[in-house]
Design a protein around this ligand. Structure first.
Ligand SMILES: [Zn+2]
Ligand SMILES: [Zn+2]
Length: 303
């Protein structure tokens, strides 16, 4: 197959059009730039990018950084949370530190161990077989730290792509979790508070495999290993299901997201009356008296 612009050999397709490496990069970047602009995802120079050292967040940091410099907004700050997963996160942190160093981007490192007193490895070892889903515990703690440490910024950009987001819609439907469903979208959350930093997703309409190609062309120093604990996650069968659907209909994932966006506002109305409180223990914002992160902390000390 040949590049649809220059006739050179194509390396992959972006939105169903084949491109050579140079034009693939250009097409993906200009699509994301337009999306950021159209949806006003980056309103100021106070921008933080949540990074893990994987392909999605490294590609995102690169693109947001380019976008901001084009707009005269300076550079973003990278924020990396170390969950303490040996043989996995330690390696990706080294990669992202190197990337930030090379590109002169400030990197802020925060760890579960310093904040909560335990690593994810230690937590799972203690909890053993009682644990329902490692990813949900890890996700609560990560979102908590992300919000806490991004407070000085106007937005936090996260690397969630079209695959992640379509999976989350289906998972929240299957779990009957309407509250969480209402908070999805390229702008996360619905309760406004000074204590909540808006989370935005510039890759909302970019497929995982397109980011994979972008990261390979860009020659980022990244590893493609998945988290060792993710095997048990309910996300996996949903991912397989959506990939199967996509092989029959290339718009399957996009359809899920467009349907979701068309009902989001009406769905969100139902949850707007939920009042935002302060957690009695840590004083972080919470929809309950005690926040989820403090519940997990309590559980850890009770083992
Ligand atoms: Zn080309
Ligand atoms: Zn709390």
């Amino acid at each position: 197959m040949k590049c649809s612009i220059c006739n050179e050999k194509a390396v992959g397709s972006f939105q169903e059009k084949p491109y050579c490496s140079e034009h693939f990069k250009e097409a993906l970047e200009s699509f994301v730039f337009s999306f950021i602009k159209e949806k006003k995802l980056i309103p100021s120079s106070k921008v933080c990018v949540a990074v893990s050292g994987g392909k999605d967040s490294t590609s995102l940091l690169n693109i947001v950084s380019k976008y901001m410099q084009n707009q005269g907004l300076g550079k973003p700050t990278a924020l990396c949370i170390n969950e303490g997963i040996e043989g996995y996160r330690d390696k990706t942190i080294k990669d992202i530190a190197e990337f930030c160093n090379k590109n002169d981007i400030d990197l802020k490192l925060v760890s579960f161990k310093d904040e909560f007193g335990f690593t994810m490895d230690e937590y799972l070892e203690r909890e053993g077989e009682h644990l329902s889903s490692p990813c949900s515990v890890c996700g609560v703690l990560r979102r908590y730290l992300l919000n806490k440490h991004a407070r000085d910024f106007d937005v936090v950009c996260t690397g969630h792509n079209m695959d992640d987001e379509a999976q989350s819609v289906i998972m929240n439907l299957l779990n009957d979790n309407m509250g969480l469903l209402a908070r999805q979208g390229y702008f996360s959350g619905l309760l406004h508070s000074d204590k909540f930093t808006k989370r935005v997703k510039p890759f909302y309409f970019v497929k995982e495999k397109e980011i994979m190609i972008y990261s390979l062309i860009s020659k980022f120093n990244i590893s493609f290993n998945a988290c060792p604990y993710a095997k048990a996650d309910f996300r996996n069968p949903v991912r397989v299901f959506l990939n199967e659907k996509e092989s029959e209909d290339k718009n399957a994932k996009k359809n899920v997201l467009e349907f979701y966006l068309s009902i989001k506002d009406r769905l969100a109305q139902q949850f707007l009356n939920e009042s935002l409180q302060e957690c009695q223990i840590c004083h972080e914002p919470s929809s309950k008296r005690i926040c989820e992160a403090c519940r997990i902390r309590e559980k850890w000390t009770s083992f």
